[in-house]
Design a protein around this ligand. Structure first.
Ligand code: 6PG
Length: 260
């Protein structure tokens, strides 16, 4: 697996969160244009948390907004907290406020996790059906999102895949229910194989509080149960880590653009 991660992950260090947002917006636009040109549509799974806010807000304004054919964009979520969609901790709400309500995207293209429709296990099964239907997946197949945006928690989690959680070992389901994180609530999350089938993973990591976990995930030997992010590496796609200088300060060559 160490070899696999080296082959597919590029780490780009940027000056600060503003530079990170600009680099991420450029990447989003490039991936959207490429997918629309190739397939007529662009499928993206959005992370929650606070780091991607700046990216989503940037995409809603010039010059990025006009570079994307929003009617061809289909938005999903990497994970969702099981709270109502107007709750301050809802990942849907954050993306909707910052981006989705500001761009000309049909409602039918917004594939929200329906958190109000039952217990977390039911919500996860329903979201799995939504994904299967949209990608027209035969049984046993995994979707290939054109882009998956990911964050990294200080404890090494990504999406809602938390350290030592049973969810980390899922090999067949696309979406599973779990719990943990901040806020510590029930959640649903894409499974590791779904993340790993993506065409492109875009990691966004900023701030000094992430420096230690960035080093552990990217530079230390694999401890995949303790550091779920180490499980996530594309099987045939690629991944780009955008890390700001503060978060990268414990990497060996903090000012370099590194290919791994
Ligand atoms: C969530 C997230 C989660 C997040 C990380 C990083 O819903 O909680 O999707 O995986 O990306 O916790 O969060 P920050 O960007 O807030 O540091």
């Amino acid at each position: 697996m160490a070899h696999e991660r080296r082959r597919t992950a590029q780490v780009r260090i940027v000056a600060d969160p503003d530079a990170l947002n600009r680099a991420a917006a450029g990447e989003f636009v490039a991936r959207a244009r490429r997918a629309v040109q190739a397939f007529g549509r662009f499928s993206v799974a959005l992370a929650g948390g606070s780091t991607p806010r700046g990216l989503y807000a940037l995409l809603a304004g010039a010059p990025y907004r006009n570079r994307i054919r929003w009617e061809r964009v289909h938005v999903f979520w990497t994970d969702e907290r099981c709270v109502p969609s107007d709750h301050p901790e809802s990942n849907f709400r954050m993306a909707h406020e910052c981006l989705l309500s500001r761009v000309p995207m049909p409602d039918a293209n917004i594939h929200q996790v329906q958190t109000g429709r039952g217990d977390p296990a039911f919500v996860a099964r329903a979201y799995e059906r939504t994904i299967r239907k949209w990608f027209r997946l035969p049984s046993g197949a995994f979707p290939e999102f054109d882009l998956v945006v990911l964050g990294l928690g200080e404890d090494g989690h990504t999406a809602s895949l938390f350290p030592n959680a049973k969810a980390l070992h899922e090999t067949r389901r696309l979406v599973i229910d779990t719990a943990g994180g901040r806020p510590n609530v029930a959640r649903v999350t894409l499974s590791v194989p779904v993340l790993n089938h993506a065409q492109r993973l875009l990691w966004l990591v900023a701030g000094a509080s992430k420096a230690s976990v960035v080093r552990r995930v990217l530079r230390e030997p694999a401890r995949c149960d303790e550091l779920p992010a180490q499980r996530v590496h594309p099987s045939h796609g690629t991944s780009l880590w955008l890390v700001d200088r503060e978060a990268a300060r414990l990497l060996a060559r903090p000012n370099a653009i590194m290919r791994r």
